[in-house]
Design a protein around this ligand. Sequence first.
Ligand code: CMC
Length: 391
Amino acid sequence: SGIITLDPGYKNTGSCESAITYLDGEKGILRYRGYTIEELAEKADFLEVAYLLIFGELPTRDQLDKFHEDIKDQSVVDEDMKKILDSFPKSAHPMGVLASLTSALIAFNPSSVNVSSEEEMYRAIVKLMAKFPVLVAWTLRKKEGMPLDYGDDALGYVENIAKMMFKKPNKEYRKNDVVINALDKLLILHADHEQNCSTSTVRIVGSSHAGLFASISAGISALWGPLHGGANQAVIEMLEGIKADGGDTKKYMAKAKDKNDPFRLMGFGHRVYKNFDPRARIIKKAADEVLGDLGVTDPVLGIAKGLEKEALEDQYFVDRKLYPNVDFYSGIIYRALGIPTEMFTVMFALGRLPGWIAQWREMRLRNEPIGRPRQVYVGENKRTFIDIDKR
Ligand code: CMC
């Protein structure tokens, strides 16, 4: 009852109070639990950041070790899950596969569904932190036609992910610090971003007390779209398209500005950042470093830099405060690491997992009510039914 405020896209509506991530879009500030993204990307590793996001404080060495040990204890995925994966065609998009496998995980871990105490939540969280990277690695390996394997508990969390993803059956896996550091940084930069589309999805699905895994699976589906996490795949496809078209960036700038053309400059613009996206700055620098360290040259990096320069000087983009976002340069790094384009958004999901978990946990611990937006009805008034033969 009462007056309903209409706010399509929730541009000005807060859905919750949250103590996890602070974002100032005018100033380009992003902090997890009070720590700047710049400092975390430089000094922390991904598991540390996951702990920080989920539990609110940076872990002590003992706390981090215990969290990691608990994760390792849960790192086996039921063998029958492989049958589910096997029934997908190789052409299936990895995001659809990952969302399905995450959902399927519920059937194999029923005790993780109806959780409400902090202890039960912790067990569900640890299970997901342990099994999700296996699902990611299997999704990639299936796509590449490689045998499915488990991780190695002797390794660090991210190092283990790298091995699970990249190990070739006929070669010994060698740790590459450039790869591990790049992955750590990318995963940290993606780890949370307050009430974006997928995170709001996780919170709203979880608000019905559907379990953690179901909420995360829904978040994965929301992330898939090209206006959200799917933009990282769309950016590389766009850059490849421009390259194949002779590298004519001006032509694509004109298309992006043309209101009769559906083309948008992918990786540009953000609902909240109206000055710059601090994650994009870090990633741009990292792209140069990682490609340099790996000795990779990628012609689309030059095209990306050219596009960015033109856009930043263009009145259309200046007027609308459109800047490169997190997805603009990340794909170039993923590609240099040997990750196929269709897997880019899966990498985003892997990074976002702790953020989704933290937001779900916060929502449950705060006993938030079920999410249930209102609407303004604009349909027909009351009408009398007409029999099918008389229509
Ligand atoms: N290229 C060309 N024009 C754009 C772009 C773009 N990438 N982004 C926004 N605009 C224009 C838009 O047409 C509109 O113009 P006008 O005022 O003349 O109608 C104005 O800028 C405002 O855009 P909007 O669509 O109303 O803004 P929004 O807050 O609803 O959308 C966005 C934000 C990120 C969906 C949008 O900027 C976009 O589609 N960008 C490309 C996709 C992308 O890179 N997404 C990743 C976002 S960051 C990471 C993540 O969330 O996963």
